[in-house]
Design a protein around this ligand. Structure first.
Ligand SMILES: C[S@@+](CC[C@H](N)C(=O)[O-])C[C@H]1O[C@@H](n2cnc3c(N)ncnc32)[C@H](O)[C@@H]1O
Length: 229
């Protein structure tokens, strides 16, 4: 692992001025991209492995170290680590091979854009939802690639649970928070003060070692009475 990483460099100093407009546009339109077969199969596989009554998603889990850590932290829950990159998922072969039937976690290769919709359409309600260090897409012109300004925000909201997003770019956290506030979901923003040993994921470790400030957003999405924009 590389131990020095640069801070996020962006031509956007604060939240994008169009967050509200973009979020509402997505809310009022239907996202119709067809579900790819391999994502459907990955979803079915993950679903069939669930061996606990509560479910936690580790969305964009990379090499799955965070998924294994969460599985130890939440022994009564089943953790599903999802990533679209096979090379990342299989980087820690131990996680990849240990995940499965007799454990309380599984790693699956799938695109979240399909996996989340399949779970939401199946009426899955999460206990917790971790989105750790999502790609920040820091260029202003890429604003719509961020999760909160993508058509996926409503899917994330319908999956419910305690959402936790971590980022080394505070703008991402602020934008996510303002996107949720449109639907009257309150979120809390704080700086994480962790020891290295408490780091959940490899990106977190890398940023910790590079002395980046680690930001956390938490939001209770289990209240579904506030969804109307
Ligand atoms: C910056 S890495 C963070 C990885 C891990 N959460 C960590 O903290 O170490 C972002 C991850 O999100 C995954 N990712 C991005 N977009 C995705 C998508 N649409 N579906 C599934 N995974 C995605 C990438 O493959 C990558 O592994």
């Amino acid at each position: 692992m590389e131990y020095s990483s640069k801070s996020v460099n962006s031509n956007q100093a604060g939240p994008h001025e169009k967050v509200g407009e973009i979020v509402l546009k997505h809310w009022h339109s239907e996202f119709k991209r067809p579900i790819a077969e391999h994502n459907y199969l990955a979803y079915q596989k993950a679903k069939a492995s669930i061996n606990r009554s509560s479910i936690i998603f580790d969305s964009g889990c990379g090499n799955g170290n965070s998924t294994a850590n969460l599985a130890a932290q939440y022994p009564d829950s089943f953790i599903i680590g999802i990533d679209k990159s096979l090379s990342r998922l299989t980087r820690n072969t131990d996680n990849w091979h240990r995940s499965g039937q007799d454990k309380n976690f599984i790693l699956v290769r799938a695109d979240l854009i399909d996996f989340w919709r399949l779970a939401a359409d199946d009426n899955i309600k999460l206990l917790r939802h971790f989105i750790l260090y999502p790609n920040p897409w820091p260029k202003k012109q890429h604003v719509k690639r961020r999760w909160h300004t993508s058509p996926m925000l409503k899917t994330i909201m319908s999956l419910g649970g305690q959402l936790e997003v971590r980022s080394n770019w505070p703008v991402y956290i602020d934008e996510f928070s303002s996107a949720l506030s449109i639907f009257h979901f309150c979120s809390q923003k704080k700086i994480l003060t962790l020891d290295f040993a408490q780091c959940l994921s490899d990106f977190e470790k890398k940023y910790h070692q590079s002395n980046h400030t680690l930001w956390q957003l938490t939001a209770d999405l289990s209240i579904d009475s506030h969804h109307h924009a």
